[in-house]
Design a protein around this ligand. Structure first.
Ligand code: MMA
Ligand code: CA
Length: 291
């Protein structure tokens, strides 16, 4: 802009402005110039202040940046470590959870076993208590029975139920000596009617007892002949047992007239085979005492 007006103005009478003059309108009054300069100065100062401040801020920012940079690596490291810690903690937590689970399961099983044991123990205890109570009762019963038996023996009574009236007791049996006479079959039937049978003699002791009670009479006993082809083969007791003990009279059994299948006891106690249909004899019944 090489205009003539600007050139003209440069040549005018205010050289103090130097080369800045061209930026100012040439017709401005001196006072205004001063004011403008002051304003410009003020602006400069402001600018400088701002710049200085800005630079300071920038410096601080840089410093902060540096600090951040330095700290960032530390923080990154810290964050890394923290992450590792968290991972480890998670791993530990997981392991711990597994452990806790295992222990919980073990504890559960142990608890169940304990409950089972407790139940078994209680059951056993109950059974033992019952067994003890029963044993105690048995002991008491045995004691009572023993005292009763001892008392019965002392008073001369047996601990078994007594024999019926008009029956004689001997070594656990009751004996009935009839006052009537009958054939062998009828005699056996008479005994059966009172839950007895014709007497079976097993020993000399028993025979002696019977002998002492014949009162001069003859009695049918529970012994009969067994035959084979008409001949006497042997003798058998009414309960089917074989003859072991015997107390035959002299010359007996003779099977007189080959017709003597039944055995009777003479008043001496000795035995004689006789005709079963004979009505000459009484009978002796025997039954075991109820003990
Ligand atoms: C005799 C004797 C016995 C026989 C009877 C039969 C008196 O005794 O021979 O053996 O059984 O007679 O009545
Ligand atoms: Ca005879």
């Amino acid at each position: 802009m090489n205009s003539s007006s600007y050139q003209k103005w440069e040549d005018q009478d205010r050289p103090s402005l130097g080369r800045w003059r061209k930026w100012f309108p040439r017709d401005l009054p001196s006072k205004s110039v001063s004011l403008m300069l002051a304003v410009i100065l003020l602006l400069w100062i402001l600018l400088i202040v701002v710049l200085v401040k800005g630079s300071k801020t920038s410096q601080e920012l840089n410093q902060l940046k540096e600090e951040v940079k330095t700290n960032a690596s530390i923080w990154t490291k810290d964050v890394g470590e923290l992450r590792e810690d968290v991972a480890a903690a998670r791993r530990n937590d997981s392991a711990l959870r597994t452990d806790v689970g295992t222990w919980e399961s073990k504890l559960g099983k142990s608890h169940a076993r304990l409950l089972k044991l407790e139940s078994e123990h209680n059951e056993l205890s109950t059974q033992m208590t019952q067994a003890l109570a029963e044993a105690g009762k048995d002991r008491q019963d045995i004691r009572s029975e023993m005292f009763r038996a001892v008392a019965a023996v002392r008073s001369g009574n047996s601990s078994c139920s007594p024999c019926p009236d008009s029956w004689l007791a001997f070594e656990g049996s009751c004996y009935f000596f009839s006052t009537e006479k009958a054939q062998w079959d009828q005699s056996q039937q008479n005994c059966a009617k009172v839950q007895a049978h014709l007497v079976i003699v097993n020993s000399l002791e028993e025979q002696t007892f019977l002998t002492q009670n014949t009162r001069g009479l003859g009695y049918w006993i529970g012994l009969t002949a067994t035959r084979a082809r008409g001949k006497v083969k042997g003798y058998m007791w009414i309960d089917g047992t074989k003859l072991t003990f015997s107390y035959w009279n002299e010359g007996e059994p003779n099977d007189s007239r080959r017709n003597e299948n039944c055995v009777m006891m003479l008043y001496s106690g000795r035995w004689n085979d006789a005709n079963c249909k004979s009505l000459s004899d009484n009978w002796i019944c025997e039954k075991r005492q109820q003990c």
